[in-house]
Design a protein around this ligand. Structure first.
Ligand code: ADP
Ligand code: ZN
Length: 754
């Protein structure tokens, strides 16, 4: 008896393995193993984790088949989930085994849970009555007494939890157990049975627009067939699929609205999946969730410890985790009772994975919802033009929240023309803006200064000869980070000290910083407002969720007057006392050949602006610019969001750009420039020609022509939406011979053009 097993490795297809006689599946069923069963199989000289993908193909002589080594005690992957993995692999042109690896992750994830030791009072415990200085012959210190008193009122706990409850060190717990005053219980953690909480606390009373949106979502969640019957049938059906765009200005209550849909999914015994762009920094979101639902969602992102990941994976796969919130990788968690997917800040570039399997979690979320047959909600204050295009075309249902909730009004946006209101030499904040910051602080309100550049200065050059300090591995300038005393490459992580003299002309102490980063703005602010309490919020000063939470709490409790931040501050935080936002350089995003540059700048700046005036304080946004008449700036100051997006969409249509066409980038890279060039030229020569529905430009050196020591060339294919681009790409790339040192990567629906 054989089955076909897909191994979590970059192999082109599944392979047949023999099921040893008598090998039982997870649910006790005897061979053949049911599809979806997680198994261990030999691969070369290793043993690897894989999933039974279907019946054996019988194209290998039975005698030559290798045996399945073991069946793992894990829930089977559902049919729709396996179909999803195959679909993604075909769409993004990755080996299915690589996509499976996103789902079943590292082998450690599959390890059985390790037993843990819990501590409790023994059944017949001599109670430490009154002032007695010993019990059962064991001397009682104050610390020991505290532990026994605490343990009396608590379920069995781990040593560290019990120690924390009693306010003692963990050693005290262990010595009490050694003396027999506490009992050790060894347990294997089960996927905690957390069944869906039945009575959820009610949400806030919604406004009429909010209610209408929530009703639409709740109804869609309800339409999904009953989980029990769907499971029995073994198949989900697409009838329950419905995509929504939840489109509302910052502060309009989008989160409250989709919380209603999650609540409905939970009530139905379904699982809800929420994708956030920056989950490790989303403490505020988690707090709001707990406040609304009375329990914690399962979090899934890189900062979660491996033991916790293992447990979360199992709870997800077993269907007991009712709400999972995560970064893009959470999209590949098995969720057999999936009843709702929410993608918050759907326009955010962080949903695009650029390494390994290149995919856009926002787009793949819609595909997953379709295959499962459940609603999907794409929420944003500035939906992407792709999403908007889908709404216009009637593919997505468009739900709009036009106003901020309650008394809060949208901030007033003004430009500051840097050509007139000039900052002094070597400074970056205009005099008029300095006054506005001063007035804000005088009113005891907070101000935020936004600049999307980490470090002190984006460029360092020699004042004697003009030599620029560049990364040895990348086509990029080195960025000075004065706080850490290093020059760093933001692309490869290369870091060095400032050289003592210029390597080009030999001049000493000749290096000067050019342009500002947030550290330089912080220096300027310290000089202008020596008494102000200011902090920098950027990814190189905030490393953990705890640090982020701490900084946000300090801002909220008014321990801080001025926040200087990069795009990290733009994402979803709520700062009620913040009434002024200053954008140091509104024009940064306009250069560069990326067709999404205007859209993205608009999204970023309106998101930053949305941080101000969220409660009773009305907000002001000051955009420092050298191009006040630029359409992006004009759209921000006039507040004509819809007109601006219509113009952008129209322009995309006229120029034959997505979402009206489909794109794929082909990136050739290798350690040797000549070889990379040869392959790129061959691709250019064999590019599909003659079909008016497909066009290819390039090859051309990528803007990052050198990245991590590899030379990069790009070609870009644009095709009519009806063209099956994967097939065209496969045929095309298959014609070119590629030496082992050269890599040809395909990026379907590219987001980065670097
Ligand atoms: P968005 O996600 O659109 O930015 P939020 O859901 O974060 O908006 O809402 C903004 C603020 O208004 C939050 O503090 C939220 O709790 C509050 N809020 C929104 N709707 C309501 C409501 N119906 N009742 C009470 N508070 C609300
Ligand atoms: Zn570099």
């Amino acid at each position: 008896m054989s089955v076909s097993v897909l191994v979590a490795a970059p192999l082109p297809r599944a392979f047949d393995y023999r099921v040893p006689d008598g090998m039982a599946g997870v649910d006790g069923g005897i061979s053949p193993l049911a599809s979806g069963t997680v198994v261990v199989v030999p691969l070369g000289r290793r043993e690897v984790v894989g999933v039974v993908w279907g019946p054996g193909s019988d194209d290998v002589a039975p005698g030559r088949l290798k045996d399945i080594v073991a069946v793992l005690d894990l829930p089977r992957l559902t049919r729709s989930f396996r179909a999803f993995i195959d679909w993604v692999a075909r769409y993004v042109m990755a080996p299915p085994g690589s996509v499976l690896r996103l789902a079943i992750g590292s082998p450690a994830l599959m390890d059985p849970p390790r037993p843990i030791t819990l501590y409790a009072l023994p059944e017949e415990s001599p109670s430490p009555d009154g002032e007695a200085s010993d019990v059962g012959g064991v001397r009682l210190t104050a610390a020991r007494r505290r532990v026994l008193t605490a343990a009396a009122g608590l379920p069995p706990l781990t040593a560290s939890d019990l120690a924390a409850e009693a306010g003692v060190g963990a050693g005290v717990i262990k010595s009490l157990a050694d003396h027999g005053l506490l009992q050790r219980l060894v347990r294997t953690p089960q996927s905690a049975v957390e069944g869906p909480p039945t009575d959820l606390p009610p949400g806030p009373e919604l406004g009429p627009d909010q209610q209408a949106c929530a009703d639409a979502l709740v109804e869609a969640v309800r339409r999904r067939p009953d989980p029990a019957s769907a499971d029995n049938a073994g198949a989900e059906d697409e009838a329950g699929f419905q995509p929504f765009v939840l489109d509302g200005v910052t502060g309009s209550g989008k989160t409250e609205v989709y919380f209603e849909a999650i609540a409905e999914a939970v009530r139905q015994g379904r699982q809800a999946l929420v994708l956030l762009p920056e989950i490790a920094l989303s403490t505020q979101w988690l707090e709001r969730f707990r406040h609304r639902f009375g329990f914690d969602p399962r979090a899934w992102h890189s900062e979660v410890t491996s033991a916790r990941r293992r447990e979360t994976w199992r709870a997800a796969a077993a269907g007991t985790a009712s709400v999972v919130v995560g970064a893009r990788s959470a999209l590949f968690l098995p969720l057999p009772k999936l009843g709702l997917i929410v993608v918050d800040e759907e326009h955010d570039g962080a949903f695009k994975q650029e390494d390994g399997v290149v995919y856009n979690a926002r787009d793949m979320a819609v595909v997953r919802a379709k295959m499962v047959g459940c609603p999907v909600v794409l929420a944003s204050a500035t939906p992407s033009l792709e999403t908007l295009g889908n709404a216009r075309a009637g593919r997505y249902r468009h739900l709009v929240l036009p106003d901020r909730h309650g008394q809060a009004v949208l901030p007033h946006v003004e430009t500051v023309d840097l050509r007139r209101d000039r900052p002094p030499r070597g400074r970056f904040i205009a005099p008029g803006v300095v006054d506005a910051i001063r007035e804000t602080m005088a009113r005891e309100e907070q101000a935020m200064i936004f600049l999307n550049r980490r470090g002190y200065a984006p460029l360092t050059l020699c004042s004697a000869c003009g030599h620029r300090l560049e990364c040895p591995n990348c086509t990029a300038w080195l960025v000075e980070h004065r706080l850490s005393g290093r020059l760093m490459c933001h692309h490869c992580g290369h870091s060095s000290r400032l050289p003592p003299k210029c390597e080009s002309c030999g001049a000493e102490e000749s290096f000067v910083p050019c342009g500002p980063g947030v550290e330089r703005i912080a220096e300027e602010v310290a000089d202008l407002f020596p008494d102000a309490r200011s902090i920098i919020m950027a990814s190189d000063v905030i490393h953990t969720a705890a640090q982020a939470a701490d900084m946000i709490a300090r801002v909220q409790s008014r321990d801080v007057d001025l926040v200087i931040g990069t795009q990290l501050v733009a994402k979803g935080h709520n700062f009620p006392l913040l009434s002024l936002v200053v954008v140091v350089d509104s024009d940064i995003g306009f250069e560069g050949g990326d067709f999404r540059a205007f859209e993205r700048t608009y999204q970023l700046l309106s998101q930053v602006g949305g941080r101000s005036g969220r409660a009773e304080t009305s907000g002001t946004v000051l955009l420092q610019t050298r191009a006040p008449e630029h359409p992006v700036i004009a759209a921000l100051t006039s507040g004509d969001r819809d007109g601006f997006r219509d113009d952008l969409l129209e322009e995309r249509r006229r120029h034959g750009l997505p979402p009206f066409t489909r794109m794929a980038a082909v990136i050739v890279s290798g350690p040797d420039a000549a070889t990379a060039d040869r392959v790129a030229r061959d691709l250019g020569r064999t590019a599909p020609a003659g079909d008016p529905a497909v066009s290819v430009v390039g090859p051309a050196p990528a803007p990052l022509a050198l990245l991590r020591g590899r030379h990069r060339r790009r070609l870009l294919m644009t095709a009519d939406r009806r063209v099956p681009i994967q097939q065209v790409l496969n045929d095309w790339i298959g014609k070119v011979s590629v030496p082992a040192s050269v890599k040809v990567t395909v990026d379907v629906d590219p987001y980065s053009f670097m």
